[in-house]
Design a protein around this ligand. Structure first.
Ligand code: TGC
Ligand code: FAD
Length: 382
C-alpha cells in the first residue's frame, strides 16, 4: 500500500492513535476477513458485533465511560480499514456508531444513554436506524410513519424499509411524524408490535443483513423521545455516517488497486508483464490519482470536523465523490483482471457490487449533487 499512498505520507497521529489504527488493521486483515468464508447467519453477525465491541471501535468519537473518545479522523481511518475487508462490515460499524449511539448521546439525555449505550458499545446489543420507507427514500421528509401522544406513551405506526441489521436489532432509532413534524424515538425489542422481516436475495452487501421494520400500535414511553425536532434530527446523524463512508470506500478502492498491481506483476501477456504495458499503467495512474485526491479531501474534512468548523456540504462533497470514484476504481480493476476479475478469489467483484449500494445509501449520488447545487446557487432543485 506504501506506493499507492502518494499524496498522504503522514497522518499526524499520536503514538496511541497509531497503535489503535495498527491493531484495527491487523484485526481486519487477519481476523475479520475470515468471516467472508463463513455463512452469513445471525449468529455470525452477532459475533462480528461482539468482536467490534471487544476492540472498542463502536461509538469511538463519543467521550464517555464506555467509548474511546477518538477524533473524527480516527473514526474515518478505522472505517477505511474495516471497509477494505467488506462494505457490509463497515455498514455495521457506521450504523451502530453514527446512527444509533450518536443520536442517543446527542439527543437522548443521561437516562437513555445509561440504558442503551453500555451494551451497544460492547456489541452485546445491536442497533438500527429507521428513516427510509417504501414510499420515501431520498425524499425522507415525506415519511408516513407517525407518532401520537397517549398519556405517558407515544403510539407509533408505520413501516420502514432497507434497514441495515433490523432483523437482528435490539434497539431501534425510529423517525416518525408527530403533528406533521419529524421526531425521533428509541424503541427496543421488548416493545410489542414490532416485526422485522428480512429482505432476501440481495446481490450486493451480502455480508450484512437488511430488513424492514413494521410498527403496529407500538407503545413507546414518553421519555424515549429524542430531544430534537424536524429533519435536522436524522440529517445531523447522517452527517457523521456519511463522513465515515467517505473514508470507508477508499479502503475498498485501495484493496482493488493493490490487487490489480499484484495481478499485473504476475500476468504475462504478449511477451511481457501486464504491469509493463502502457495502457495498464495509464489506468493505474488514473485510479491512484482519484484515490489520493479522495483521501486528501476526506482528511481535510476530518480536520475541519475535529476543529468544529465544518458545514454539511463538505460531507456531501466527499461522500458523493469518494463513493463514485471508488466504484469506478473497482469497475476498472475488475476489467484489468480479465476473466479472473469476476471470481470470488480476487474479491474485486464483491467490492464492486458492494460499492453500488454505498453509492446509493445515505443519500444517493444525485441527492448529494442536488445538495451541492443548492449550496452554490442558493436554489433548491429537488
Ligand atoms: P431541508 O428542508 O433542506 O432541511 C430541513 C432541516 O434540516 C436541516 N438540515 C440539516 N441539519 C443537519 N445536517 C444536515 N446535513 C442538514 N441538512 C438539512 C435544515 O437546516 C433544516 O433545519 P430547520 O431547523 O430549519 O428545520 O431538508 P429536506 O427535508 O428538504 O431534505 C433534503 C434532502 C433531500 C437533502 C434530505 O432529505 C436527504 O438528505 N435525503 C436523503 C435521504 C438519506 O440520506 N437517507 C439515508 C437513510 S439512512 C441510510 O441510508 C443508512 S445506510 C447505513 C449503512 O448501512 O451504512
Ligand atoms: P429513490 O429515492 O426512489 O431514488 C431513485 C432514483 O431517483 C435514484 O437514482 C435517485 O438518485 C433519483 N432521485 C431521487 N430524487 C431525485 C430528484 N429530485 N431528481 C432526480 N433524481 C432523483 N435506510 C435507512 O433508513 N436505514 C438503513 O439502515 C438503511 N440501510 C440500507 C442498506 C442497504 C443495503 C440499502 C440498499 C439501502 C439502505 N437504506 C437505509 C436506504 C437508502 O438510504 C435508500 O435506498 C436511499 O436513500 C435511496 O432511496 P430509494 O431507494 O427509495 O431511492
Amino acid at each position: 500500500m506504501e506506493r499507492i499512498n502518494i499524496l498522504v505520507k503522514r497522518l499526524n497521529l499520536t503514538t496511541t492513535e497509531n497503535i489503535v489504527l495498527h491493531s484495527v488493521k491487523n484485526f481486519s486483515k487477519h481476523h475479520l476477513s475470515e468471516y467472508l468464508t463463513r455463512p452469513v447467519t445471525t449468529d455470525n453477525i452477532r459475533k462480528i458485533y461482539q468482536e467490534f465491541g471487544d476492540i472498542g471501535i463502536f461509538g469511538s468519537t463519543i467521550t464517555s465511560d464506555y467509548t474511546a473518545g477518538l477524533t473524527n479522523k480516527m473514526y474515518g481511518l478505522i472505517a477505511k480499514e474495516i471497509e477494505a475487508v467488506d462494505s457490509g462490515f463497515r455498514s455495521m460499524l457506521s450504523v451502530q456508531s453514527s446512527l444509533v449511539m450518536k443520536p442517543i448521546h446527542q439527543y437522548g439525555g443521561d437516562r437513555l444513554f445509561e440504558k442503551y449505550v453500555p451494551d451497544l458499545s460492547i456489541g452485546k446489543t445491536i442497533g438500527c436506524f429507521g428513516l427510509t420507507e417504501p414510499d420515501s427514500g431520498s425524499d425522507a421528509s415525506a415519511m408516513k410513519t407517525n407518532a401520537r401522544l397517549d398519556g405517558n406513551h407515544y403510539i407509533l405506526n408505520g413501516s420502514k424499509t432497507w434497514i441495515t441489521s433490523s432483523p437482528l436489532a435490539d434497539v431501534f432509532i425510529i423517525w416518525a411524524k408527530e403533528d406533521g413534524k419529524v421526531s425521533g424515538f428509541v424503541l427496543d425489542r421488548s416493545m410489542e408490535g414490532i416485526s422485522t422481516p428480512e429482505i432476501k436475495n440481495k446481490m450486493s452487501l451480502k455480508s450484512s443483513i437488511t430488513g424492514m421494520i413494521h410498527l403496529t400500535d407500538v407503545k413507546v414511553p414518553k421519555e424515549n423521545k429524542l430531544d430534537v425536532s424536524g429533519m435536522r434530527g436524522p440529517l445531523s446523524c447522517l452527517n457523521n455516517a456519511r463522513f465515515g463512508i467517505s473514508f470507508g470506500v477508499l479502503g475498498a478502492a485501495e484493496y482493488c488497486i493493490q490487487q490489480t498491481i499484484d495481478y499485473g506483476l504476475n500476468r504475462n501477456l504478449f511477451g511481457s508483464l501486464l504491469a509493463e504495458k502502457q495502457l495498464f499503467q495509464s489506468k493505474l495512474a488514473n485510479m491512484t490519482t482519484e484515490y489520493n485526491l479522495g483521501l486528501s479531501a476526506a482528511l481535510t474534512v476530518a480536520d475541519n470536523m475535529d476543529d468544529g468548523v465544518f458545514i454539511p456540504e463538505m460531507i456531501s462533497l466527499i461522500k458523493r465523490n469518494n463513493c463514485s470514484k471508488s466504484l469506478n476504481i473497482a469497475r476498472e480493476a475488475r476489467d484489468m483482471l480479465g476473466g479472473n476479475g469476476i471470481t470470488e478469489e480476487y474479491n474485486i467483484f464483491r467490492h464492486m457490487v458492494n460499492l453500488e449500494t454505498v453509492n446509493t445509501y445515505e443519500g444517493t449520488h444525485d441527492i448529494h449533487s442536488l445538495i451541492l447545487g443548492n449550496y452554490v446557487t442558493e436554489r433548491k432543485a429537488f
